[in-house]
Design a protein around this ligand. Structure first.
Ligand code: DC
Length: 200
């Protein structure tokens, strides 16, 4: 709900590049584990869920609360991150380039990327956006709970030892807290264009 997915898709469209939402990979592992009734506390069981991983990006369950929680939990296991690494790097290195969004793209997956954008927003704003998204899909949720979930995930994603959520030293920071979707996209485009003008 920082807007990174929306911004990444808009950038991909603008530059006519393929796009990968890498969070979906972690979510797909989580969903598989959840359907199996596997234990997210078991690195071994989570790793088995990485085998022959198919991703159905339109499956609404990928974005459900329990799957989000499991995805965050299993993403701390180094073997899981290693199992998903090649797929992401192959995508990033394809001829002509690509846009990837995810927490460790600039730091781990593609440290040589031409442009890195680190998109953030205040937790309260992300909670409000997430709440509206959930309500608009006809599901129920409470602001306080959504905010608590976001805070818990932030803590886990930022404090884990492997690939913690942090900007690469050469990333451009974009805080979308006070921006509408259109403003955030316009800002991202202009930041990327500026960086490309310098790097080329
Ligand atoms: O971006 P998202 O909410 O769809 O990601 C779901 C979870 O996957 C998130 O809690 C942490 C993990 N993830 C990750 O560790 N590294 C990535 N590049 C993308 C997602």
């Amino acid at each position: 709900a920082s807007g990174k997915g929306t911004i990444a898709r808009a950038l991909a469209r603008h530059f006519r590049l393929p796009h990968m939402d890498t969070g979906l990979l972690y979510r797909a592992v989580a969903l598989k584990l959840w359907r199996w009734g596997g234990d997210p506390g078991s690195e071994f069981e989570a790793l088995r869920a990485c085998d022959d991983l198919g991703v159905e990006p339109d499956d609404p369950e990928l974005r459900s609360g329990p799957v989000s929680e499991i995805a965050s939990r299993i993403s701390v296991y180094p073997p899981i991150r290693a199992a998903l690494l090649k797929r992401q790097q192959d995508f990033a290195r394809q001829d002509g380039g690509a846009v990837l969004d995810g927490r460790d793209i600039g730091t781990v997956i593609a440290p040589q990327a031409e442009v890195k954008l680190f998109v953030t927003a205040a937790p309260e704003i992300r909670a409000q956006r997430r709440l509206e998204e959930i309500l608009s899909r006809g599901m129920r949720a409470h602001y306080e709970e959504v905010l608590a979930d976001i805070r818990a995930r932030d803590r886990r994603d930022s404090s884990r030892d492997v690939a913690p959520l942090k900007p690469a030293p050469d990333a451009i920071l974009l805080d979308t807290s006070d921006l509408t979707v259109d403003q955030a996209i316009a800002k991202a485009l202009s930041l990327v264009e500026q960086r490309l003008a310098v790097s080329r």
